[in-house]
Structures are given as structure tokens and as C-alpha cells.
Design a binder for this molecule. Structure first.
Ligand code: AMP
Length: 282
């Protein structure tokens, strides 16, 4: 596996691959890999001739009071894991390479970014879409794989790609969970033993919601009350619990195909998100 550190070297590599008539699959990440990241890499490998994983803890998507400084990092372990997956290139640029001091451009998607995580993390999605747009230009992928764990991010990126007529296929990968149901996340390392137990209320609430829909419940308001009650049984703070359409992110009053239960809570100092579609089989 090649480790590439600068945008110019990365684009030179991409140009060579494309000139040979081959395709590139990209998995954008912030590193500290877990099984969720590795599954995304496997999917990218199936979709394209060459796989590039970007590893960049993107400062502009963190708010001033967020965890940029303590975000977990382990570059040598990440290299070993990516290499074992058969990744061709790990693109790990420095902050100055991505954002030279003269840079003053942001890519922003409106509307979709004002709700859910966007409401409590102003500027977050502009940071995400800016870095993803830059990665797409630098790496020139034909396909890029994102996790449904960050389902709002996936919706925002799909919107950006459609709106800007970008010729890149966006693939959404299902959420990868621990055996007890907790959605894998690099941030799970922040949790103490008791916090981790409390965090299981997220997957319990989702399982409950899916069961209630199977039983025929159609009123979103009733389901939200039940979900909030379940979450409140643990020592967590609810940031939001919403039933929204998966593409428009608008709240739905009636439970129907395409509805997503989206949850964000704080367990101690750690912010966790989870979600699931309620009708689709998996
Ligand atoms: P991150 O390094 O946390 O920015 O995540 C990089 C990519 O991995 C994003 O597309 C995430 O949505 C995805 N991802 C993170 N955790 C999971 C998970 N548990 N299941 C599926 N995808 C995930």
C-alpha cells in the first residue's frame, strides 16, 4: 500500500490510473479504524479497480467546543488495517496541504444542513462538503462509499453530487454494529463502562420502533413519545429524536416507507448518533 501525503502527488497517481482506463473507489475517513471503516473499504474494492482511503481529521467540520483536540488517532495501526484490506493508497494529507492559509472557498448545501445534526453543529456540514468536494477533485474517484451511520451526511453529499452534476457514484453502506447493538464509532473509545451500557438505549429504541411499525403503528407522534421515554430510562441527554424522510430530512407525521428514526444523545461528554429506516428489511 502506498501512503501519499500531498494533494499534488495524489492527483498524479489518480491521473496515471485513469489514463490506463481503470477506476478508483474512495472511502473518506477520519481514521482510528474499526470494523465499520473496514467494511466500507471492502465495498469500495468490489466497486472499483483501485481503492483509495483518505485519512484526514478535518478541522473545519469541528465546532469550537468540540473534540478536535482529543479525536482518537493511531496512524500506524490504521496503516496496518488498511493494508490488510488490500487498499492501494492511503491518502493522509496535512492540514496545511488541504487548507493553505490563502484558502477562502467553502462548498455548502443549504436546507438539508439546517436540521438534525446541522441544527446543533452550525458549520459542520459546510466543513464536510468542502473537504469531500476537495477529496473528489484530488482523487478523481468514480465511486465513493459512505456509511449510513452518518445518514444526514450521506443525504447531503448525494444532494451536492446531484446539484453539481458530479460524475461520481455515491454508495451508502449499512451501519455496522457491535454484537450488543451499539453502532461502531471511533468516538466509542471515549465511553466508560457504565456510559457504554447507557448508550445501548439507542439501538434498543430503534429495535422498539421497528417492532411498533411491524405491529401497524402509523402515528409518528406516538412513536416519538415511546422512543423518548425509552431513552430517558438511561442517564443520557436527548439532543434530538426525529422521524424524517430519508431524502428530504423533513419530519413525517405518518409512518411510511422511507421514514428514518434519527437519534442524537449525549452520554456524559460524548455525543452519539444512530438511526435506522423503519420499514426496510435488513
Ligand atoms: P469517520 O472516520 O467517523 O468520519 O467515518 C468515515 C466513514 O465511515 C463515514 O462514511 C462514516 O459514515 C462511516 N462509518 C463510521 N462508522 C460506521 C459504522 N458503524 N457503520 C457504517 N459506516 C460507518
Amino acid at each position: 500500500m502506498e501512503i501519499i501525503r500531498t494533494p499534488a502527488a495524489m492527483t498524479a497517481w489518480a491521473n496515471r490510473i485513469l489514463a490506463a482506463g481503470q477506476t478508483i473507489g474512495l472511502v473518506p475517513t477520519m481514521g482510528f479504524f474499526h470494523e465499520g471503516h473496514l467494511r466500507l473499504m471492502r465495498t469500495a474494492k468490489e466497486k472499483a479497480d483501485h481503492t483509495v482511503v483518505s485519512l484526514f481529521v478535518n478541522p473545519i467540520q469541528f465546532g469550537a467546543n468540540e473534540d478536535l483536540g482529543k479525536y482518537p488517532r493511531d496512524f500506524s495501526r490504521d496503516c496496518q488495517l488498511a493494508e490488510a484490506e488490500g487498499v492501494d493508497v492511503l491518502f493522509a494529507p496535512g492540514v496545511q496541504d488541504m487548507y493553505p492559509s490563502e484558502a477562502c472557498t467553502r462548498v455548502m448545501v443549504s436546507g438539508l444542513t439546517d436540521v438534525l445534526c446541522g441544527a446543533s453543529r452550525p458549520g459542520h456540514f459546510a466543513g464536510v462538503t468542502t473537504v469531500v468536494a476537495k477529496l473528489f477533485h484530488i482523487i478523481k474517484p468514480q465511486c465513493a462509499v459512505f456509511g449510513k451511520k452518518d445518514f444526514q451526511q450521506l443525504a447531503v453529499i448525494m444532494r451536492m453530487v446531484a446539484d453539481l452534476n458530479w460524475d461520481v457514484e455515491i454508495v451508502g453502506h449499512p451501519i455496522v454494529r457491535e454484537p450488543d447493538g451499539l453502532a461502531m464509532s471511533s468516538r466509542n473509545t471515549y465511553l466508560s463502562g457504565t456510559e457504554r451500557q447507557a448508550a445501548l438505549c439507542l439501538s434498543r429504541a430503534i429495535a422498539h420502533a421497528r417492532r411498533r411499525v411491524r405491529e401497524g403503528l402509523v402515528e409518528a407522534e406516538i412513536l416519538l413519545q415511546e422512543v423518548e421515554w425509552l431513552l430517558q430510562q438511561e442517564a443520557v441527554t436527548i439532543e434530538y429524536a426525529s422521524l424524517v424522510d430519508q431524502a428530504t430530512l423533513r419530519p413525517l407525521a405518518v409512518l411510511q416507507k422511507g421514514v428514518v428514526l434519527a437519534l442524537a444523545i449525549k452520554v456524559g461528554a460524548t455525543r452519539l448518533i444512530d438511526n435506522d429506516t423503519l420499514f426496510e428489511e435488513h
